[in-house]
Design a protein around this ligand. Structure first.
Ligand SMILES: NC(=O)c1ccc[n+]([C@@H]2O[C@H](COP(=O)([O-])OP(=O)(O)OC[C@H]3O[C@@H](n4cnc5c(N)ncnc54)[C@H](OP(=O)(O)O)[C@@H]3O)[C@@H](O)[C@H]2O)c1
Length: 330
């Protein structure tokens, strides 16, 4: 049983609670919020013997905690992960775990030094359906793909009304690519590997962070296009083109169906199984790696995260999306 603490009482932290309940193997031990009342209100929903903190230092010193789940704004993930790892805790940090690949290298090295595991909660890539698609593609020549995730943000009205929610703030590492584009980017790296060349055209808010955009990932012999948006929703499927036909996936952020149309029009439906909660499979995967001390698998996921963040960094540079702190990276 992994006893964990929640860092920040955001709505996604409640989703994490549902996911760990479905996955099993976890127990909530403590909650940290900037407000003790909020921490208490969160804890009250999940049991009586849960510690609450408004001091980050005391929370991370809580010796009963094996793992910290970090659900703070993007721009604080690196700092919060670093502190939690320094305290010797395993870490699950919401996506994007870092804003720059150099930060991932730092937290990865720290996790190794402290002999704890650090995971980026890129939930979709841990779905069994993603591995199923990968297996299906193994014997096929990939010619290209169109992968999409665009969803109208519940925080768009606030942005349009003149406010600046964290998810649209350059200070906090916001924008469509960081928030939603990361999902298709993860599966692109998982299925096709690291691209040789990348570019990103972004529609920006106030010439600042991206509201929507299209990325091109060029591989030897194939071109993969990613569409992402926070100012509208796309209902189009994603497609992977092979020399034997086209694989149609309903959505790369949560695969519920996948079917292959061969060159003669014949169709094969892949046996996709959907978990009871969209974060359940990642929660189960992290618990399994920790319990089994499966460092080999952990290294594989951390390398994938580094590859994704290296690509994100290049994409951001191509579209001149600049966050606070970028100037400190040489
Ligand atoms: N995996 C998924 O499907 C999924 C879905 C949605 C979001 N997310 C990720 O979850 C994270 C949180 O997203 P969100 O939209 O909930 O973010 P948010 O509203 O900006 O902030 C999340 C929490 O962080 C704390 N916080 C807010 N501003 C802060 C500040 N200035 N300094 C310190 N703490 C602050 C607050 O908790 P307290 O008031 O308790 O301190 C707040 O509830 C993001 O990284 C996002 O990418 C993931």
């Amino acid at each position: 049983m992994i006893t964990f603490g929640i860092l920040a009482t955001s709505p996604i932290a409640h989703e994490w609670m549902k996911a760990v309940t479905a996955a099993g193997g976890y127990r909530l031990g403590a909650v940290y919020s900037r407000s003790l009342e909020k921490a208490q209100a969160f804890a009250d929903q999940y049991g009586s013997e849960i510690e609450t903190y408004d001091s980050l230092e005391s929370f991370l010193m809580d010796s009963s905690l094996d793992l910290i789940y970090i659900a703070s704004p993007n721009g604080l993930h690196f700092q919060h992960s670093r502190l939690a790892l320094e305290a010797g805790k395993h870490v699950v940090v919401e996506k994007p775990a870092v804003l720059r690949p150099s930060e991932w290298t730092i937290v990865y090295s720290l996790a190794k030094k402290k002999k704890v595991m650090l995971f980026e909660a890129a939930r979709n890539v841990h779905e069994k359906a993603v591995a199923l698609v990968s297996d299906f593609l193994k014997d096929k020549e990939i010619l290209g793909a169109n992968l999409r995730y665009g969803k109208y943000s519940s925080k768009m009205p606030a942005l349009l009304a003149g406010e600046l929610p964290n998810v649209f703030s350059a200070k906090f590492g916001g924008g469509a690519l960081m928030d939603l584009g990361i999902y298709p980017l993860y599966v692109a790296h998982y299925w096709f590997g690291k691209p040789a060349q990348v570019s990103y055209q972004a529609q920006k808010w106030d010439w600042d962070v991206d509201l929507a955009g299209q990325a091109n990932l060029l591989y030897p012999g194939s071109l993969v296009t990613l569409q992402t948006a926070k100012n509208y929703t796309t209902y189009l499927s994603s497609e992977i083109y092979t020399s034997q036909g086209t694989l149609i996936v309903d959505s790369v952020e949560e695969i519920k169906s996948a079917r292959f149309r061969d060159l003669t029009g014949g169709e094969e439906v892949l046996p996709v199984q959907v978990a009871s909660h969209q974060m359940e499979e990642e929660a189960a995967a992290f618990a399994q790696m920790i319990e089994r001390e499966d460092w080999l698998s952990w290294e594989k996921w951390t390398q994938l995260a580094l590859d994704v963040h290296e690509t994100m960094w290049k994409l951001r540079q191509d579209a001149a999306i600049v966050f606070e702190g970028d100037q400190d990276v040489e």
